[in-house]
Design a protein around this ligand. Structure first.
Ligand code: 13P
Length: 248
């Protein structure tokens, strides 16, 4: 079973979110994958309570604060996100890191907050084009991974990793299946060194960056790729379900 996750970013308000779920039709293969949608926070309740939402589609929040409550204007705490219907939380998405200046230390605090309230963190890592050209892919993604590994043991709690090369996000540039496999192998080797072989083998690593129906089968078929995190192509229910159907 692959994990097919859609990150809507700052798209689809409550009305459009309801329309998405009303339009989502899953064939048997798509429905047998683990399906996640990360709507904007303001659309979470509409998604959670939407009578048309196939209950097999789980929900997550795109960003969280590390405190449970307080004077943090504009932020969303994990208890609030959970109450609104989220079971997963994206943490350290490249747009949070690069547009909003989120640090590795803040990402680690957010992972801790998600785990305190039993949300499954989806920890995103990835290098910029400049870092790739300087041959620093492994250094960068391992630094980002190392910052959060202290939160996990050999057995628990559950978390997912997403490798999202920054240069492939929203650009139409896609990592080749070989690029994705290489980065995923690097991450899995670190999981093996730190959390042990069994845990490394069962931690899902998703690929994200310009995934579309046309390239999903090749990426999902690549070694070490356990699923995909889809941005733009997840906004349309037809293309999201086509991507899910492409999983083997
Ligand atoms: P795109 O699929 O639009 O490139 O976005 C990828 C992404 O950032 C998902 O989190």
């Amino acid at each position: 079973m692959a994990i097919i996750a859609g990150n809507w970013k700052m798209h689809l308000g409550p009305t459009e979110a309801r329309r998405f779920f009303a339009g989502l039709s899953l064939d048997a293969r798509a429905a047998s994958q683990e399906l996640l949608i990360f709507p904007p926070t303001v659309s979470l309740v509409a998604a959670a309570e939407c009578p048309d939402r196939d209950a097999r589609v789980q929900l997550g929040v795109q960003n969280i604060h590390w405190e449970d409550a307080g004077a943090y204007t504009g932020e969303t705490s994990v208890p609030m996100a959970a109450d609104a219907g989220a079971s997963f939380a994206l943490v350290g998405h490249s747009e949070r890191r690069h547009v909003f200046g989120e640090s590795d230390a803040q990402v680690a605090l957010k992972v801790g907050a998600a785990l305190r309230h039993s949300l499954v963190p989806v920890v995103c890592v990835g290098e910029t084009l400049e870092e790739r050209r300087a041959d620093r892919v492994a250094e960068v993604i391992l630094r980002q991974l190392d910052a959060v590994l202290g939160a996990f043991t050999e057995d628990e709690p559950r978390f997912l990793l997403a490798y999202e090369p920054v240069w492939a996000i929203g650009t139409g540039e896609t990592a080749t299946p070989e690029d994705a496999s290489a980065a995923h192998s690097t991450l899995r080797a670190r999981l093996d060194e730190t959390l042990g072989l069994a845990r490394a083998a069962r931690t899902p690593i998703l690929y994200g960056g310009s995934v579309k129906p046309a390239n999903a089968r090749d990426l999902l078929g690549a070694a070490e790729v356990d699923g995909v995190l889809v941005g733009g192509a997840s906004l349309d229910p037809v293309s999201f379900s086509e991507i899910a159907s492409a999983a083997g």
